[in-house]
Write a protein that binds this ligand. Structure first.
Ligand code: C2E
Ligand code: MG
Ligand code: MG
Length: 664
């Protein structure tokens, strides 16, 4: 826009700011665009009317009046064509300024012409006056939405003509002229008031818009904050959950559904501890940046919290791409991260799942990815694992086991079997180990290792084991006095407050003296809290119970336990016997362990004796007791008693062995 135009524009649209001026101009244009053609129409009619009144109805081509009329018609048509609200602000302003300039020229011309007409045709003064004032008022009224522009016809056309008349006219006309001047002044005053109101309106509207914009911005920021992880700038868990809720696609079992990957950083805690939280934050930020760069084009990358991240592909991924993405998630963490001149090294493991028919809820979708991550971490660091159908079935089974245990159904179905433990020298059974058996109507056989671990995790192992001890004691009451009960305690049981007291109370409730009850504990039970285990075992020992260390040699067997804890019996893990014929070395180790047990003042049990050869060897090595399928499989108390009664008490069982049959 030329400078002069700017000047005119500022004069026409007084405003405190460019924004206010812009609003004002748009407002004026919107209310004026329908009136402007009318304005030119009024000017045209008055122009022609004045010409006819003074010159008659004859019109000549190329006369000023004809040219002006054509110009007016052209402007009128031009504004009719401009009816659509324009988005182009500069154009709107230009059109308004052009219109004002044209109106000013027109009014000035009309004014000069009517002045000259009054001089030439004094007898037509009233008519000229009427046309001029009508033209001025009509134009001013048409421009009333644009107060400053509306002043132009009043000041340039109406006022000079009225003043001239009041000055030069006859005395009778002066009254009309003065009255006209007053009307014009009143009109000017009204326009001033209107102008002020218009400005106020625009300012008010602007303030409302500003407030609304601020509110919208604040709301957007709040939404963003609610959906964003502040540290990494990635989406947060809430956003991811919402996204999954809205977009999860379940594909067929063959694949094609939405994909969810959950990964966490290996070695993050060590780096955090070694270099401080600032370094930890940088690791998280850098890994977030790498993930975002690699996947955010077609997936939602989120930080779930801590060092856990997640990537969600709502449209799924072809299997090959899925595998590539999973390895990339792990690899991205492998590249060193620069921090304060140091190179920080971490890794990542990842679990991936594809939504299929068995993904019945969003929680299940997360659970599957989590389970896959757990598997990946269990195999080795820096690996990924894809959740699959077999794992789903295993999880299903586990969920059913949990349900059955929690509902108490399992307690009704779990039974106790007994397996004899023989004195290898005398050939008589001295203990019978109670072994839980669960033949579920719904799940089939569930192994004790499995349901005991699950009961421990669910925190209901005490109820289960106490229930089993009661049952075992009831059976043991029927046994001969020479046969004692050997009962397995769970790893967690020893760490519970009052566990010892409760066990003692149960035994007191039976006819069995504590001397006929042996408790078997594993190394894991002792490992979790050695001092506490020592106290509890000492208490049990003082109460008269026999204590056995079970599965010795299977885990982190420590000689310290043997020195510190009051074991009466040490049961050598079955794998030691299983492998005894593999090598001379295995035999020497077993021999050494038997000696170790004796050195610790305990009797030694060889577990898993499955063959006559293993039995002979255990015996030859000096094992005090033996247990295994060869000597007797776990069975019900009644059957065990029947079988034991069928062995003549004086004859060692293995001496009666002939052929390949087990003893019973
Ligand atoms: P454990 O205490 O070492 O029990 C011996 C396991 O070895 C039993 O497995 C038994 O069936 C098996 N076994 C016995 N002789 C042989 C043999 O000659 N060859 C082989 N291969 N195996 C033999 P089971 O019954 O499956 O029990 C596994 C484990 O579950 C037990 O190991 C024990 O730790 C735990 N468990 C069993 N019942 C109970 C219970 O009532 N309470 C607690 N807390 N744990 C129990
Ligand atoms: Mg045992
Ligand atoms: Mg054992």
């Amino acid at each position: 826009m030329p400078r002069s135009m700017h000047w005119v524009s500022n004069l026409l649209f007084p405003a405190k700011s460019a924004r206010e001026q812009r609003e004002q101009i748009i407002g004026i244009f919107d209310s004026l665009r329908k009136q402007i053609p009318l304005l030119y129409g009024v000017a045209l009619i008055n122009l022609i009317g004045l010409h006819v009144a003074t010159h008659g109805s004859e019109l000549r081509w190329f006369s000023p009046i004809t040219v002006l009329s054509i110009l007016l018609i052209w402007r009128m048509l031009y504004w009719i064509a401009l009816q659509k609200p324009s988005e182009d602000f500069t154009r709107i302003r230009r059109e308004l300024v052009k219109m004002v300039v044209f109106t000013a020229i027109l009014c000035a011309g009309f004014s000069v012409w009517s002045q000259s007409l009054i001089t030439v045709y004094p007898e037509e003064t009233m008519t000229i006056l009427l046309y001029s004032v009508l033209a001025a008022l009509g134009a001013a009224y048409g421009l009333s939405s644009f107060p400053r522009a509306a002043l132009i016809p009043l000041l340039l056309l109406g006022l000079p003509v009225a003043v001239r008349l009041s000055w030069l006219g006859r005395a009778s006309d002066r009254g009309i002229a003065v009255s006209l001047i007053l009307v014009l002044l009143l009109f000017i005053w009204q326009l001033h008031v209107h102008n002020t109101a218009l400005l106020g309106l625009v300012r008010g509207q602007l303030a409302i818009t500003r407030e609304r914009n601020r509110a919208v911005k604040a709301e957007l920021e709040a939404i963003k904050r609610a959906e964003e992880d502040v540290l990494s700038g990635l989406a947060n868990r809430g956003k991811l959950v919402r996204e999954i809720e809205e977009n999860l696609v379940r594909g067929p079992a063959t694949g094609g559904g939405s994909v969810l990957a959950i990964c966490d950083l290996d070695g993050f805690k060590s780096a955090n501890d070694a270099f401080g939280h600032a370094a930890g934050d940088e690791i998280l930020r850098e890994y977030a940046r790498r993930l975002s760069k690699a996947f955010s084009d077609n997936a939602l990358v989120a930080r779930l919290g801590g060092d856990e991240f997640s990537i969600f592909w709502k449209d799924g991924l072809p299997r090959l791409k899925l595998e590539r993405a999973a390895s990339q998630i792990c690899e991205l963490a492998n590249q060193p991260i620069d921090w304060d001149g140091k190179e920080l090294l971490v890794g990542a493991s990842c679990g991936v799942t594809e939504a299929g028919p068995f993904t019945w809820s969003n929680q299940e979708f997360f659970r599957q990815a989590d389970a896959a991550l757990y598997k990946a971490k269990a195999s080795s660091r820096g690996r990924w694992y894809l959740y699959d159908q077999p794992q789903f079935q295993a999880d299903q089974r586990r969920a059913k086991i949990e349900k059955s245990i929690l509902s108490g159904e399992a307690l009704h179905e779990i039974d106790i079997h007994f397996q004899p433990i023989f004195d290898l020298e005398k050939g008589i059974p001295v203990f019978a180990e109670a072994l839980a058996r669960w033949n579920s109507t719904e799940l089939g056989v569930v192994l004790p290792d499995e349901f005991i671990r699950i009961s421990e995790k669910l925190g209901v192992i005490d109820q289960l084991n106490e229930h089993l001890l009661e049952k075992a004691l009831a059976s043991a009451e029927e046994w001969p006095e020479s046969l004692s009960l050997s009962f397995n305690l769970s790893a967690l049981q020893l760490s519970r407050p009052l566990a010892t007291e409760r066990l003692y109370k149960l035994v007191l409730g039976s006819t069995l003296p504590p001397q006929r009850v042996q408790f078997e504990v594993t190394e894991t039970a002792i490992l979790s809290d050695l001092d506490h285990a020592e106290q509890e075992l000492a208490k049990l020992s003082e109460l008269g119970f026999t204590i056995a260390l079970d599965d010795f040699g299977s885990g982190y067997a420590s000689v310290a336990y043997l020195r510190q804890l009051p074991f009466d019996t040490i049961k050598l893990d079955g794998t030691l016997i299983d492998n005894v014929f593999d090598s001379e070395r295995s035999r020497q180790i077993l021999l050494g362990l038997v000696d170790l047990c004796h050195a610790a003042g305990a009797r030694c049990v060889a577990e898993h004796i499955e063959t006559y050869e293993q039995l002979s060897l255990a015996q030859a090595m000096g094992c005090d007791y033996g247990q295994g399928f060869f000597l007797g499989k776990p069975t019900s108390s009644d059957r065990m008693l029947k079988m034991l009664n069928s062995i003549p008490g004086s004859t060692p069982a293995w001496l009666r062995y002939s052929g390949s049959k087990t003893i019973f």
